[in-house]
Design a binder for this molecule. Structure first.
Ligand SMILES: CCCCCCCC/C=C\CCC/C=C/C(=O)SCCNC(=O)CCNC(=O)[C@H](O)C(C)(C)COP(=O)(O)OP(=O)(O)OC[C@H]1O[C@@H](n2cnc3c(N)ncnc32)[C@H](O)[C@@H]1OP(=O)(O)O
Ligand SMILES: Cc1cc2nc3c(=O)[nH]c(=O)nc-3n(C[C@H](O)[C@H](O)[C@H](O)COP(=O)(O)OP(=O)(O)OC[C@H]3O[C@@H](n4cnc5c(N)ncnc54)[C@H](O)[C@@H]3O)c2cc1C
Length: 643
């Protein structure tokens, strides 16, 4: 199962080597992180990033090994944005000449870059950005300017203190005409002493949610006062500005300017499976250690993992972690395919890649953020201790629901794609993830054939149920929209229903990709069977949770919905014997997991007890401040009879 989770034996071995390299290096210690003040915390992150880079250089790590190393260091840092957005943006939107100039500098870390798109006043509405880039033909330069307070760049990670350069998104003005938002490479700080260059005001935006957590990152604010950059620092793969001040659009669609977001959303889906699996690993191991009630004749109490309520909350999350892992693998393939096509100037699959990355980013991050919090509750009181690892994981993870596109805004993008597909059904055969809509007539007509709980153990029955629900919800939205004279007004009015239809479509993708995964050759005794059980748990859990949809569209009867729930209960009993093995298969070191409750050896209570004494409050028996603030109260002489 470790191989199935990792994707291949090679990846398992490689990631295992990197995990151990990090776990055994004292520089990467992280247990004290939540106790540190901001400055100390940030400096420590810089130290870890520098040490990580030294290892990459000294050990001549490959790009793949370096990625795993950064993952296991497990501390948000400017390097995430440098490698994860700045470099991919230049790769995707730069010309060959620009790539030749900037990529070697960035890859050798001679410069540090960030992705400066969002502003104080605008994040979701990218077309609403206010920063301007005005072409000055005399000087052959762009003038980058922040005309208002709300045009201040706000949020970019790595911008506040670390970056020397930024990829700045600004409205292009040529000859007095606006040409929409484009990307520009702008140097922010001196490469000698790191001080901000003239015309640049830059700093950190301040503390964020949680102790430690995302505060290791210097999310920044940035203003430009007529900052000049050479013309060739506008990324010019999509459109160009000539020396003479002529704006030219190439055959490449404008949307490619948003390409970096497609790339990062795809990586976020894979990351969701990592974050959720960490939380599930902690909660599952602890649920096997923790005992409450049920002792007979002085024997041990019941392991909480044996309670059906615990199983019905925990096992769907375990199944979701696997589901997100496999849909992430598929999405990576889809992205690579689109990337290759784009390089050959085939842009036909870009809309689907956008819809899939946006929708799956939204679906998986929402479920993961909620899932981590559920895992905290599954660990009872001890889950609230920082040493459980869950509070910090939650605090670090939840912004994923917002960054790289607010999750609701992204589902509305999916809705546009679905509505368009439905409206074109009469003359265009849908392909890819919308191919099922080509069978819309059948899906609208046929109802569920399930008669017994066992009938639900059938991939065909499950896929058809999810297809029928998604198709019927999409068609219903289409019909409602058709009643509006102005389609945009209709879209705004029906936005909540459209979001629900998008969720149904995205859940269908995840379920289908899990089932497709099971059609592949999966080596290892019992591995495929265990994955089949998890796949049914994932699908039937969603069906149970959203049974209102399935019933409302008239595909299921209440009896069939109840049978699905009966089957789900049986499936939980099948997951139980392998639950620990299924989380051990994630192959996480205790360092990466960062949790006393989730320790591999299960030695929870002694270690919790030990850790308590390491809290700075326990440095002395009598607390600092006792003599000053508590003792006077204890010693006071009160005159009032009542008191
Ligand atoms: C080595 C380590 C690697 C680790 C990886 C590191 C990862 C780091 C992880 C976390 C760190 C956090 C970093 C966070 C960074 C950020 O948050 S960057 C800022 C991200 N901002 C957003 O996501 C903004 C969201 N808004 C938008 O994307 C868009 O504006 C929009 C809302 C999608 C669309 O706006 P609008 O309605 O105005 O539409 P238009 O812009 O006019 O577009 C119209 C058509 O374009 C299509 N479209 C839109 N987006 C895309 C896209 N990305 N790709 C392709 N096509 C797109 C849209 O469908 C319309 O098409 P149509 O005309 O055919 O209908
Ligand atoms: C930790 C973190 C790191 C970040 N890193 C970066 C970075 O490196 N670079 C960068 O450029 N940006 C970064 N961002 C910014 C991030 O991309 C934006 O915050 C995000 O895109 C959401 O935009 P917003 O803040 O404008 O939200 P808003 O759009 O203001 O959202 C507020 C509310 O309005 C709703 N809403 C907005 N529009 C609509 C609509 N059309 N229909 C219905 N509801 C709507 C949303 O659903 C939400 O509920 C980061 C943000 C965070 C939190």
């Amino acid at each position: 199962m470790k191989v199935a989770w990792a994707g291949s034996r090679e990846t398992l071995e490689l990631s295992d080597r990197m995990a151990k390299l990090v776990a055994n290096d004292p520089v990467f210690e992280k247990f004290t992180r939540p106790m540190l003040g901001r400055k100390e915390l940030f400096k420590n992150t810089l130290r870890k990033a520098a040490h990580g880079w030294k290892l990459i250089v000294d050990l001549r790590l490959t790009e793949e090994e370096a990625k795993w190393l950064r993952l296991y260091i497990d501390e948000p840092a400017y390097t995430d944005l440098h490698w994860g957005m700045f470099i991919p943006a230049i790769e995707g939107q730069g010309t060959e000449e620009q790539k030749k100039k900037w990529l070697p500098l960035a890859q050798k870390m001679k410069i540090i870059g960030c992705y400066a798109q969002t502003e104080l006043g605008h994040g979701s509405n990218v077309q609403g950005l206010e920063t301007t880039a005005t072409f000055d033909p005399q000087a052959d330069e762009f003038v980058i300017h922040s005309p208002t307070l709300t045009s201040s760049k706000w949020w970019p990670g790595g911008l506040g203190k670390a970056s020397t350069h930024a990829l700045v998104y600004a409205r292009l003005i040529v000859g007095g005409e606006f040409h929409g938002v484009h990307g520009f490479i702008v140097q922010l700080r001196s490469l000698e002493d790191h001080s901000p260059l003239p015309g640049i005001t830059v700093g950190d935006i301040g503390l964020k949610f949680g102790n430690g957590a995302y505060n290791t990152m210097d999310n920044g604010v940035l203003r430009f006062d007529h900052v000049r950059i050479p013309r060739n620092q506008m990324l010019m793969r999509v459109s160009q500005v000539t020396k003479e001040g002529k704006y030219m659009q190439s055959d490449v669609p404008r949307q490619l300017i948003y390409g970096t977001m497609v790339y990062v959303r795809q990586t976020i889906v894979v990351d969701a499976s990592k974050a959720l699996s960490r939380a599930v690993c902690i909660a599952t191991r602890y649920s096997a250690v923790r005992r409450q009630f049920g002792s007979r004749n002085g024997g041990p109490e019941t392991q909480v993992i044996d309670y059906k309520t615990q199983q019905s909350r925990l096992f769907p999350l375990l199944a979701s972690a696997y589901a997100f892992r496999f849909v992430g693998e598929w999405l990576k393939w889809l992205y690579m395919d689109v990337k290759q096509r784009l390089e050959a100037n085939d842009f036909s699959t870009l809309p689907e890649a956008h819809a899939c990355t946006a929708g799956l980013k939204s679906l998986t991050t929402t479920a993961t953020a909620d899932g981590i919090e559920e895992c905290r509750k599954l660990c009872g009181g001890h889950g609230y201790l920082v040493s459980s690892g869950l509070p910090e994981l939650f605090a670090v993870y939840i912004p994923a629901c917002t960054y790289e596109g607010d999750n609701v805004v992204l589902l509305l993008q999916v809705a546009r794609f679905i509505v368009k597909t439905v409206s074109e059904l009469g003359y265009k055969q849908p392909v890819g993830t919308t191919a099922y809509m080509g069978r819309v007539a059948t899906l609208m007509q046929n109802n569920c054939a399930v008669r017994t709980a066992e009938d639900w153990l059938n991939p065909g029955a499950i896929v058809e149920a999810f297809e029928a629900r998604a198709a019927r919800m999409a068609v219903a939205c289409g019909r409602q929209l058709a009643k509006f004279e102005n389609p945009e007004e209709g879209f705004a009015e029906l936005a909540s229903d459209l979001v629900e239809a998008s969720v149904a479509h995205c859940q269908l993708i995840v379920v289908s990709k899990f089932i497709e995964k099971l059609q592949q050759d999966i080596p290892g005794k019992g591995v495929k069977q265990s994955l089949e059980i998890l796949c049914y748990v994932y699908a039937l859990f969603l069906l149970h949770k959203h049974q209102g949809d399935f019933l409302a569209v008239g595909y299921l009867t209440p009896k069939q919905a109840l049978l699905a729930n009966d089957q789900l209960r049986t499936l939980y009993s099948k997951v139980r014997p392998n639950a620990i093995a299924l989380v051990d298969s994630f192959n996480y070191t205790d360092h990466y997991l960062g949790s006393i409750l989730g320790r591999y050896d299960g030695n929870v209570y002694p270690k919790l007890y030990e850790a308590a004494w390491e809290d700075p409050l326990n440095d002395s028996d009598v607390a600092d401040g006792f003599h000053q603030y508590v003792q006077p109260i204890l010693k006071q002489k009160l005159h009032s009879a009542k008191l």
